[in-house]
Design a protein around this ligand. Structure first.
Ligand code: C2E
Ligand code: MG
Ligand code: MG
Ligand code: MG
Length: 285
């Protein structure tokens, strides 16, 4: 709803942003203020079990409510934040907020087995990241295995991230790791052999054309097989309709995420969603 209402203002913001491209400092400054003033919000999108439709996880997604431009989507501000150290504070804020939210749901008797939080490459250069993450989890009382961190393939282009041992440290604490937007990056698949990857998120560009597009079908089938042989879980992203859902379930993909099962929602609405009864169940195609 907010998105629809804000569509015009987004565009205004987008063109404004292009004009301001020479002036990243302004955006960065506003974003810094936004973080400090609490103008950022975390939305939650469900991930469901492909065979039962049960919610098995939520992905935390940052939103910026700008006083002049309305809702600004993450694609417009995460890249700006990533160019500065701002992403570090923002990323930690999202993590802290989302972990506290899951702990609060749990106190209300609403069990969410897993929380996914996106991590930017710059965060993976923080030597104390594993301690920070460990501290946030300890404070919440949640067991570390509740948390999954999502990293895109391009992070593995950086030698230090591949070999620095930070991913092993995080994994050693019980946090799981997922590769986000799988298939769209530039890294070689070698990282799957050496790094503690628990899950692969098949990018939505390969889900879009299902079940009719032969290339999408071949790619989705191959990724499902890769997951089975490597014993890595697979999530399909961007599932928008029942045909896609059914097709992915038939391919043996265990978890599905997309508008068909639920859009990203603010915590209050997601609470209702967690409480509500029957889910959409994927039907065979
Ligand atoms: P992502 O991590 O791949 O997140 C999934 C994106 O796909 C979300 O976009 C979500 O709204 C969108 N999506 C989900 N289901 C569907 C669907 O069925 N169809 C379509 N067309 N889209 C769908 P969103 O929230 O706009 O976020 C965009 C990207 O911004 C994220 O992609 C992630 O890379 C980044 N991002 C968002 N929040 C954070 C954050 O807290 N930290 C970092 N580092 N990055 C973030
Ligand atoms: Mg993600
Ligand atoms: Mg993704
Ligand atoms: Mg994405």
């Amino acid at each position: 709803r907010a998105k629809d209402a804000g569509r015009g203002t987004w565009r205004a913001y987008t063109s404004e942003l292009t004009t301001a491209a020479r002036n990243h400092l302004k955006v960065a400054t506003e974003l810094r203020e936004a973080v400090a003033q609490g103008d950022l919000v975390v939305y939650y999108q469900p991930l469901v079990d492909a065979s039962t439709g049960d919610i098995i996880a939520a992905e935390a997604l940052a939103r910026w409510h700008h006083s002049d431009y309305g809702w600004v989507p993450p694609d417009q501000f995460i890249p700006v934040a990533e160019e500065t150290d701002l992403i570090l504070g923002l990323g930690e804020w999202v993590l802290t907020t989302a972990v506290a939210q899951v702990a609060s749901w749990r106190r209300q008797g609403l069990r969410l087995p897993r929380l996914s939080v996106n991590l930017s490459p710059r965060q993976l250069h923080q030597r104390d990241l594993a301690d920070t993450v460990g501290g946030i989890l300890a404070h919440s009382g949640l067991e570390p295995s509740v948390l999954e961190l999502e990293i895109t393939e391009n992070a593995f282009l950086e030698e230090q991230i591949r070999t620095g041992g930070l991913l092993d440290q995080l994994h050693g604490r019980g946090v799981t790791l997922a590769i986000d937007d799988f298939g769209t990056g530039y890294a070689s698949l070698a990282y799957l052999k050496h790094l503690p990857v628990d899950r692969i998120k098949l990018d939505r560009s390969f889900v879009q054309g299902l079940p009719t597009d032969n290339a999408d079908l071949a790619i989705s089938r191959s990724v499902a097989a890769l997951g089975q042989s490597l014993d890595v879980g697979i999530v399909a992203e961007g599932v928008e309709g029942p045909e896609q859902a059914g097709c992915l379930a038939d391919l043996g993909i265990a978890e599905l995420q997309g508008f068909y099962f639920g859009r990203p929602l603010p915590a209050g609405t997601f609470t209702d969603f967690l409480q509500s009864g029957p889910r959409r169940r994927p039907e065979s195609c």
